[in-house]
Ligand binder design. Structure first.
Ligand code: PRX
Length: 637
């Protein structure tokens, strides 16, 4: 039996939804989704003109549309509508890499800056539907750039600043971006991130880019962002957008091929992120909300920028790491800015837990009332530490399960409504109907383990893979006909609570970063000395999963530390530091079936240190390879 924490009565007193309301509303949202979503749409979003249909299309065909024909603007919802009442409230609270670097931006100022950049983009010829790439560190200009695009109907594609020149170029070309907004450099954890060098490298073979705007470097070669903005009026009308007009593209890794440009549209995404932000974080007007995610990932889109700002919340944007200059930084920031809601990743909590309780205890944290996690499973003992040590048993922990593709949180406790079980993401959001499928794709009833799928479209489901609708259908809608296929495995217990149990495909999750093993393999084999590579993950105390690469050099190559270093550098060059293997094992061959298929199961066993039981190996072309791999396995550090 897993441990259960009852609904926290202190937090329940002012919660947005209580237990009975959740149960009744959930039942209603599934029984009558049209009415449910129509009511939510009126409650959470300001529309320019109303819709004809709440939803049309289905998960068979993938032609999903929400609020078709309505018009609205996401930026208007995040800024303009708050000005009458909240113009002097802080919208963005920025904490730089060094503790003395701080900035407060009110809704009024943010509105002006966004309008100026929006006008600046227009002056460069950017129009509705054009793609603008944003490659920036965690600075307010990243939020300003996203909102400016949304204001004029340009589609942004934010590329995480940790990605390499090669990865940036690939994304610029795939989305056919005409403008790039970037910076000379970023600072994180005391280190410099050389963005401009990457940009220059990326642009060498990137004809689509016509303008580069630099936010921090007056340089003759590029447009200076400040000069551009200063010359522009502080007002810019928010473009009326159709509900299904694209809002942004965000690249994410899959099990095969190059990263996919996940496309989200306007109305459904805004409604869903606005509603779930309010409900999951139990947002109240006096809260100071801090999501530690980078803008380069979906959490940074939905719950650092759009969800909070649409709710007129104060969102803290943090440019550093939780443990710089030391492991109490995160808690010091909480105290300094009187943070009430903290949303972070299990990998960060594990690292802070390892550093010891003293760093936590020397801070107050008394303003905190809610804690959240996202991106990977949280081990129950880490959950308990977060709950007891950080939150002193006072703050509910919301373990939120969702994906880049889902746009917003799909399974999570609602504070005040849901009992908590450490390690479980608990129950579905309103309007979300998950199911578990068995091997035959039959729905499992009651408790069980299976493929996690979603039964009906929800407003923020991705609409397509940019430029490749077939891939969207094949990856998400065909694997289990009639359902949205998540790629995750899950258990459901006797109370209907969901427990995520890892991926079903070759996607790995390193420190909450999603990586495709195929992507890393192709980066490794792009080294001239490599003939073949196979990448698997292995459990890691801090990162959750770490990367183990089996590499076969071409005949005649001497294997040494030098080659190992070169291969790591190659991966860093092609993707970025986040994808560099923790372990490289050289091998003269890989375990393959007689038809030439690599038996990854065997490689996983070896990487996990499970060296005894390999199951059925009779289909291997050369069974002796397994013994050789075991004998040469490097010691885990
Ligand atoms: O495997 C699940 C894991 O992260 C994947 C989605 O990754 P990404 O698109 O990068 O989005 C991460 C932030 C939303 C999922 O398919 N995952 C995400 N949240 C959880 C999780 N696994 C377990 N528990 C979670 N709370």
């Amino acid at each position: 039996m897993s441990k259960v924490y009852a609904v926290n009565t202190a937090s329940a007193q002012k919660a947005n939804i209580n237990r009975e309301e959740y149960a009744a509303l959930y039942e209603f949202s599934i029984r009558d989704p049209e009415t449910f979503w129509s009511e939510q749409a009126k409650k959470y979003v300001d529309w320019f003109t109303p819709w004809q249909n709440v939803m049309d299309g289905d998960l068979q065909e993938g032609n999903i549309r929400w609020f078709h024909d309505a018009t609205l603007n996401v930026c208007y919802n995040c800024l303009d509508r708050h000005l009458p009442e909240h113009k002097d409230n802080t919208a963005i609270l920025w904490e730089g890499d060094e503790p003395h670097e701080n900035e407060k931006i009110t809704f009024q100022t943010l509105h002006e800056k966004v309008c100026q950049l929006a006008n600046g983009l227009k002056s460069l010829g950017v129009k509705k539907g054009h793609r603008v790439c944003i490659y920036l560190p965690m600075i307010p200009q990243a939020a300003i750039a996203m909102l400016a695009c949304a204001r004029i109907g340009a589609v942004h594609s934010v590329v995480f600043a940790g990605f390499s020149a090669h990865a940036l170029r690939e994304r610029l070309i795939d989305a056919d971006c005409s403008v790039l907004i970037t910076a000379k450099e970023g600072r994180r954890g005391g280190k410099t991130i050389p963005l401009k060098d990457n940009v220059e490298h990326a642009l060498q073979k990137c004809p689509c880019i016509q303008q580069v705007i630099m936010v921090d470097s007056p340089d003759k070669t590029y447009l200076d962002c400040k000069t551009l903005m200063d010359s522009m009026p502080k007002d810019c009308p928010a473009e009326p957008m159709q509900a299904e007009d694209p809002l942004f593209i965000l690249y994410t890794s899959g099990s095969t091929g190059k990263p996919k440009g996940v496309l989200h549209t306007t109305a459904g995404y805004l409604l869903y992120t606005t509603m779930t932000f309010k409900q999951v974080f139990d947002y109240q007007p006096s809260d100071v909300y801090w999501c530690t995610a980078d803008v380069g990932w979906v959490t940074g889109h939905s719950y650092l920028i759009y969800g909070p700002l649409s709710n007129a919340a104060t969102t803290l944007m943090f440019a550093s790491t939780p443990n710089y200059p030391d492991a109490s930084r995160i808690w010091q920031v909480v105290d300094k800015h009187q943070v009430t809601i903290l949303y972070t990743a299990p990998t960060a909590i594990r690292a802070l837990m390892r550093d010891g309780d003293d760093y936590v205890k020397k801070t107050s944290r008394k303003t905190l009332r809610l804690l959240g996690t996202v991106g990977e499973p949280i081990n129950p003992e880490v959950w308990e530490w977060y709950y007891h040590m950080v939150g002193e048993g006072r703050c509910p922990v919301v373990d939120t399960w969702w994906q880049t593709e889902t746009g917003g949180i799909m399974i999570s406790p609602l504070p005040g409504a849901t009992e908590l079980k450490p390690g479980s993401a608990t129950l579905p959001m309103l309007g979300i109907e998950p199911a578990l499928l068995d091997e035959q794709d039959k729905e499992i009833q009651g408790p069980g383990t299976g493929k996690l799928v979603i039964k009906k479209p929800w407003p923020s489901i991705m609409r397509t893979v940019y430029g490749d609708h077939k891939r969207f259908l094949e990856t998400y809608l065909k694997p289990a006909a009639g359902y949205y296929f998540t790629g995750d495995k899950a258990n459901r217990d006797e109370d209907g609570f969901y427990w995520l149990a890892g991926r079903l495909d070759d996607v790995i999750n390193v420190s909450g970063h999603r990586l495709g093993t195929a992507e890393i393999e192709s980066a490794i084999v792009s080294h001239k000395a490599v003939a073949e590579a196979a990448v698997v993950s292995f459990p890691h105390d801090i990162k959750g999963e770490a990367i183990y690469a089996f590499v076969t050099p071409i005949t005649g190559i001497t294997v040494d530390d030098n080659l190992m270093g070169e291969i790591k550098a190659r991966v860093k060059h092609v993707i970025g530091s986040i994808a560099v293997p923790d372990i490289i094992q050289f091998t003269s061959d890989l375990p393959k079936t007689r038809s030439g298929k690599i038996m990854r199961r065997i490689l996983r066993n070896i990487a996990h240190g499970e060296l005894q039981d390999f199951g059925d190996t009779s289909t291997l072309a050369d069974p002796t390879i397994v013994d050789a791999l075991i004998a040469q396995k490097p010691a885990l550090k």
